[in-house]
Design a protein. Structure first.
Length: 85
């Protein structure tokens, strides 16, 4: 079933409630947009965690958080790029 929404003057579009519920999209979630041969595709970006990685024992908690954030972003970017190929 297709649903229609409008794009605001600020370029914002509302994801219909039925689709937000079906795909568990909540306020604050990230979505990925990309262009395909059929048009624009939208997908919920799934969170990833860099936890469980091996770092030296003397690594500070702040450094661990920075490394985990960087790895999580790289994982998300790699996952997102798979959808564009």
């Amino acid at each position: 079933m297709a649903e229609t929404t409008r794009v605001s003057q600020k370029g914002q579009a509302t994801i219909p409630q039925s689709l937000r519920e079906k795909f568990d999209i909540e306020p604050g979630d990230q979505v990925v947009w990309w262009e395909s041969d059929d048009g624009i595709v939208l997908k919920k970006r799934e969170p990833s965690s860099g936890r469980g990685m091996l770092v030296p024992d003397d690594t500070t908690e702040e450094e661990r958080e920075a490394v985990a954030a960087t790895l999580a972003e790289e994982i998300r970017d790699r996952r997102d790029s798979e959808w564009t190929e």
